[in-house]
Design a protein. Structure first.
Length: 433
C-alpha cells in the first residue's frame, strides 16, 4: 500500500478536511499548509487538541504524537489525495473555467442539475491549486454529478487542475481581459483556458460550447474536439435561446429543438444570458426536464456579490464587487446604461493583475463611463487616480477618501453600480449607500 493509499484509509474514516485551526471540526484531518507568511505546521498540536483526528505535517520537529502524519510536502500530498479520491468516483465531473462568469455559471448549473440529480458544486470560489483538491475531497459517495470551478492566472494551471479534477465534461464561459499580467497578454489567456479543451480531447470528454463566441470556436477547433454540444442563439444549436428582457432582471426563452420555454431569473445584466443558456444546455444534456430547468433557474437567488441587486433604504445597488477586469467592467457599464432609472451613479474601483496594460485599460474604462448618461461617476484606487487628468467624475486615491466623500455627499434615490477588483473591498461602502 502506497503512502497515499494508506492516508486515503484515514480519509475514508475521517472525510472532512481542515486547513485552518479556527475551523476544526471533531474527527477531521488537518493539513498543515504553508504560505508566504505562515507555516501551519506550528498549529498541528493545536488542531489535535481542538479535535482533529490526524494532522498532516511536513516538518519532523512538529511530530509530537502518532496522530501527526509526516509527509514530504503537505500541499502535494493534499493534491495527490484528491487525485486518488477522484479516481474512485465513477460520476460525471464538469470542469468549468473562463475569464468572467465562472462562479455565477457554476451556481446556475448547480441550481438546474439539483432539480433531478444529487449535485455537488465548488463552494465559493475554491478554484485554485488548494481549492480544487478541497472541492474534490468534499465529493461524497452519494453525489451523482460534480461541478468543479477552475481558476487560473498563468498558463499550465488549468492543465494541472484538470489532472486533479479529471473532468469528463467541460465548459469555458468566455475569454476576456483577465489576469493579463500572469498569462502574458490576451493570446496567453486563450492558450491557458484552452488547456481544458486539450484535456477533454485527450480523455474523450464532452465540451459545451457557446457557438456565438468566436474565440471558443477557434480554440475548440484547434483542440480537435469531437464530442461537442453547442448552445447559442441560432436554431441549429442543440439549445438555442433569446434574451427577452434585462431591466433590471433577466427573462429568456429557450428551445430544445422540440419546444420553446420561457423563464425569469433573479439576475441583472444581459451579459448573464450566455451563462444562463449554458446551464440550460447542461441541464438538457443530463436529462433534466424543461419544467425542472425553469424551476431551478427561477429559484436561483445570487448572494455572492455578482450581478446581485440589493435595495437599501436609500438606493438600488448593483452589487458586482467580487471581482473586475476590463471585459467584465465593460459589460457592467453597458448594462447600467440600458437600465431604467431616474438617477444613476457608477462607483468603480481599480482592476488588478493587468501588468503593463493597466494604465491603458483603466483609461479605456474612464472613457467608456464618460460617454454614458450617468449622473455621478466615482473612480477609486491608485490606477484610476493616476489617470484622472482632464476627465470628468470624482477620483479618489483610496477607499477611505471615497467613504469620506460619500458621508458628506450622500447618494439618494439612485441606481448605483458598485464594481471593482476583490482587493478594493468595495463592500465597505455599502453602509453609505
Amino acid at each position: 500500500m502506497t503512502a497515499i493509499e494508506s492516508l486515503y484509509q484515514h480519509y475514508l474514516k475521517h472525510p472532512v478536511i481542515c486547513t485552518d485551526t479556527r475551523n476544526i471540526t471533531p474527527g477531521c484531518l488537518f493539513f498543515a499548509l504553508k504560505g508566504d507568511n505562515f507555516d501551519a505546521n506550528i498549529f498541528a498540536e493545536k488542531a489535535l487538541t481542538n479535535g482533529a483526528a490526524y494532522a498532516i505535517i511536513d516538518k519532523l520537529a512538529y511530530k509530537t504524537s502518532k496522530q501527526c502524519i509526516l509527509v514530504p510536502d503537505v500541499l502535494s500530498t493534499l493534491q495527490d489525495l484528491a487525485r486518488h479520491h477522484r479516481s474512485q468516483l465513477d460520476i460525471p465531473v464538469i470542469g468549468l473555467t473562463g475569464s468572467n462568469g465562472k462562479t455565477t455559471t457554476k451556481e446556475l448549473i448547480k441550481a438546474v442539475l439539483s432539480e433531478k440529480h444529487k449535485t455537488f458544486a465548488t463552494k465559493g470560489n475554491l478554484n485554485n491549486h488548494i481549492g480544487v483538491p478541497l472541492s474534490i475531497l468534499s465529493v461524497t459517495t452519494d453525489i451523482e454529478i460534480a461541478v468543479i470551478e477552475m481558476g487560473a492566472n498563468h498558463q499550465k494551471e488549468i492543465e494541472f487542475l484538470c489532472s486533479i479534477a479529471q473532468p469528463t465534461h467541460g465548459l469555458i464561459t468566455n475569454i476576456g481581459m483577465a489576469h493579463l499580467d500572469g498569462f502574458g497578454g490576451f493570446e496567453g489567456v486563450k492558450k491557458g483556458k484552452a488547456e481544458l479543451y486539450a484535456y477533454l480531447k485527450n480523455n474523450h470528454g464532452f465540451a459545451f460550447i457557446n457557438r456565438n463566441n468566436p474565440y471558443l470556436l477557434e480554440m475548440s477547433t484547434a483542440a480537435g474536439l469531437d464530442k461537442v454540444i453547442y448552445y447559442g442563439t441560432e436554431p441549429t444549436d442543440e439549445i438555442s435561446g433569446k434574451l427577452l428582457k434585462a431591466d433590471p432582471l433577466i427573462e429568456i426563452s429557450w428551445t430544445d429543438k422540440t419546444a420553446t420555454y420561457e423563464t425569469s431569473i433573479n439576475l441583472t445584466g444581459s451579459y448573464n444570458f450566455e451563462n444562463i443558456l449554458a446551464a440550460v444546455c447542461i441541464g438538457v444534456f443530463f436529462n433534466v426536464s424543461p419544467s425542472q430547468i425553469n424551476k431551478g433557474l427561477s429559484g436561483y437567488f445570487p448572494n455572492n456579490n455578482r450581478s446581485q441587486i440589493t435595495k437599501t433604504e436609500s438606493n438600488t445597488v448593483i452589487c458586482d464587487f467580487y471581482n473586475a477586469n476590463p471585459s467584465s467592467m465593460t459589460a457592467a457599464l453597458s448594462n447600467i446604461s440600458l437600465l431604467s432609472a431616474s438617477q444613476k451613479a457608477i462607483i468603480i474601483g481599480d482592476m488588478f493583475e493587468l501588468g503593463e496594460e493597466s494604465a491603458e485599460q483603466h483609461l479605456n474604462i474612464i472613457k467608456q463611463a464618460e460617454k454614458l448618461d450617468i449622473d455621478m461617476l466615482i473612480f477609486i484606487g491608485e490606477h484610476f487616480y493616476n489617470t484622472k487628468q482632464n476627465h470628468k467624475g470624482y477620483f479618489f486615491n483610496n477607499l477611505a477618501e471615497a467613504a469620506a466623500f460619500l458621508k458628506t455627499n450622500p447618494i439618494k434615490d439612485t441606481l448605483v453600480l458598485l464594481k471593482g477588483s476583490r482587493g478594493m473591498a468595495l463592500e465597505q461602502l455599502m453602509p453609505l449607500l
